[in-house]
Design a protein around this ligand. Structure first.
Ligand code: SIN
Ligand code: MN
Length: 262
């Protein structure tokens, strides 16, 4: 699957590109159907919010058959290769639950801040490719972006270990105010199955989910193979050590599972 020139331009200039309905409702429902089992698992990859509900499941592609296929899906990996101009490997694979009523915030940050500081990623040649597993609307804690903030490169950040259950390198309020004055804030929304690709230096955050609707989102973080991490401080289920290029599966890789559940 190839992005159009217009989509590439949006990614380069605005810092993100939204691909509405790239996966079918059925494919999204299949992915979502695996979550209750994952969220009940008692394993270190399952991170809880302070309230006790699941915040994130890391590396589900290593212990779930459907997500093993999703991690190699051409609708995610081909655009990543195209935008990075390189073969890619999987730096991180995570599902953020952002549960109805309980999903906690993600503070203002750049992903590259954490990948550089904690994982020794040399350059900002990695990106997130997200799949909405639920409809994302204005009420269930959508991702908020400051358009064009990626152009500024890596910004000063401090290590926040206390606001949420998950440590992150975050920006201070004065810097965020300054950036928002220049770029505003957008919150891309869409139905389940929509894909959202964004630059690793794009400043983003999300609010708590006070709505009655879950906001499960899957994030595939691909990194250029010649930009592999150099520091191994975080567990390998958070920052992977397998730098081999991802071999894609067929575009219909999920259809066997769909027939099995039909
Ligand atoms: C992230 O910034 O990595 C996740 C934010 C979110 O899922 O809201
Ligand atoms: Mn992030």
């Amino acid at each position: 699957m190839k992005l159009t020139q217009e989509q590439i331009k949006a990614y380069e200039e605005e810092g993100y590109v939204l691909l509405p309905g790239l996966f079918s409702q059925e494919e999204a429902a299949l992915m979502k159907s695996r979550l209750p089992l994952l969220y009940r698992m008692d394993r270190e990859e399952v991170i809880k919010e302070k309230s006790g509900v699941v915040r994130t499941v890391f590396a589900a592609h290593t212990f779930d058959d459907v997500f093993a296929q999703v991690a190699r899906h051409p609708r995610l990996i081909e655009p990543a290769r195209q935008l990075l101009g390189s073969d890619v490997y999987m730096h991180q694979f995570k599902i953020n639950a952002k549960a109805a009523f309980n999903g906690d915030i993600w503070q203002w940050h750049q992903d590259f801040g954490t990948w550089h500081q904690d994982d020794g990623m040399p350059e900002a040649r990695a990106m997130n490719v997200a799949i909405f597993l639920d409809e994302v609307n204005e009420f269930n804690g959508p991702l908020m972006f400051i358009p064009r903030s990626h152009m500024l490169g890596r910004l000063d950040a401090s290590h926040d270990r206390s606001t949420t259950s998950y440590p992150l390198w975050t920006l201070d309020n004065a810097k965020v105010s300054e950036l928002v004055e220049q770029g505003g804030i957008v919150a891309p929304k869409g139905r389940a199955g929509t894909v959202l690709i964004f630059q690793s230096t794009l400043v983003h955050a999300s609010s708590p989910n006070l709505s009655p609707w879950d906001r499960n989102t899957l994030y595939v973080t691909t990194n250029a193979v010649d930009n592999a991490i150099t520091r191994f401080k975080r567990p390998d289920y958070i920052a992977h050590r397998d730098f081999t290029p991802i071999q894609t599966v067929g575009d219909d890789a999920l259809s066997g599972f769909l027939h099995a559940v039909a």
